[in-house]
Write a protein that binds this ligand. Structure first.
Ligand code: MG
Length: 354
């Protein structure tokens, strides 16, 4: 079987409401939808959801990169993933969203070729995983009401964006903890907002609210700072923007600079590199979370959930972006059961239906 055609189109889906983090605000999802056709009539679906605040990519650049990289893949067997991975790497430096879109579509095809759901192809440890749900930066009272609603809807872990002012962050977390009670978990994400010393100061103040972990307290490039926070914080530290690839993960785990790593397909270039990151982390005794860009639809989320369920070292999920979109491009794929539980389809590949 050979790849015969790669189609890409731009899609813009509005969010139900704007989403604010310390780096900026987004109000719609801009996606590059990819269909990879084969000479035997199978079609694989993928998406590149360019998160400009995180990866610096935009929709136009992602579409162009998919076109440029895609030309090199015509005539290649979609089962030859390692070959595809290195062809993509030679065709373009970086461009992780574009590569993720192609990688996801190839994985969807592989499931369809073997007539198996992707989570089984990727390891099959489980067919489901629990996700947290995120509340963005907003007035403390508003975030507390939202968090309470999410718990009532079946979630048990709230991820809270922080990094506005110290007073507002502390008030937000205090009100959320009192609104959701002691049994539910709170994880926080500073999206690079603090210096290392500010982070340690803040985390000492926030520790009384029983915080499970903090994501990316310092700038992405500040590995010394990340190590300082990990060694001095009462709250475990997860790297997000500091880890794009398995090479980044290797540097951090060798230095014991983090407690956890957040893997995202749009940062690393797809499932193949995501597996490599998890392998590096697992060997170092570091558990991973599978996250998503705020722009991802149920295509990217289904691909990520398939890997998150399939391997044991991915113990957490932050796969909630599709809940925030006004509409989804596909039916099927991962389904939410009782809020937090993401259950994968038993249909071949991603199980997405047009
Ligand atoms: Mg994050």
């Amino acid at each position: 079987m050979k790849i015969s055609k790669i189609n890409v189109k731009k899609v813009q889906i509005p969010l139900i409401e704007p989403f604010k983090i310390s780096l900026g605000t987004i109000s719609s999802s801009m996606e590059a939808l990819v269909e990879i056709e084969t000479d035997e009539g199978l079609v694989g679906y993928g998406e590149g959801a360019a998160g400009i605040l995180i990866t610096g990519e935009n929709l136009e650049g992602t579409v162009r990169s998919i076109e440029v990289i895609g030309k090199n893949l015509i005539g290649i067997d979609p089962l030859e993933l390692e070959k595809i991975y290195w062809i993509m790497d030679r065709a373009s430096a970086y461009a992780p969203c574009a590569k993720a879109a192609i990688d996801i579509a190839c994985h969807d095809l592989i499931g369809k070729i073997f007539n198996q759901p992707l989570y089984k192809i990727l390891g099959g440890h489980d067919n489901k995983l629990d996700t947290d749900i995120t509340v963005g930066i907003n007035e403390p009272e508003i975030t507390a009401a939202k968090a309470k609603k999410h718990i009532e809807n079946g979630f048990d872990t709230i991820k809270v964006k922080v990094g506005s002012t110290m007073e507002a962050d502390i008030k937000r977390i205090r009100l959320i903890r009192s609104a959701i009670g002691a049994a539910s978990k709170i994880r926080i994400d500073a999206n690079q907002a603090w210096s290392a010393k500010e982070a340690v100061r803040m985390l000492n103040k926030l520790a009384e609210f029983d915080i499970e972990l903090v994501e990316q307290p310092v700038r992405a490039y500040d590995i010394d700072g990340l190590e300082f926070v990990t060694k001095n914080s009462p709250i475990p530290v997860m790297a997000d923007e500091s880890v794009f690839t398995s090479k980044d993960a290797m540097k951090l785990v060798q230095r014991h600079a983090v407690d956890y790593v957040n893997i995202k397909l749009m940062k690393c270039g797809g499932l193949r590199e995501a597996i490599k990151i998890n392998t590096v982390c697992e060997a170092a005794g570091v558990e991973c979370m599978l996250g998503c860009m705020a722009e991802e639809s149920n295509i990217g989320v289904t691909a990520a959930a398939s890997l998150g369920a399939a391997v044991k070292n991915i113990t957490r999920a932050d796969l909630d972006s599709h809940f925030s979109l006004k509409e989804l491009p596909f039916k099927g794929g991962v389904q939410s059961v009782n809020g937090k539980s993401l259950v994968l389809s038993e249909a071949p590949g991603l199980g997405l239906i047009k």
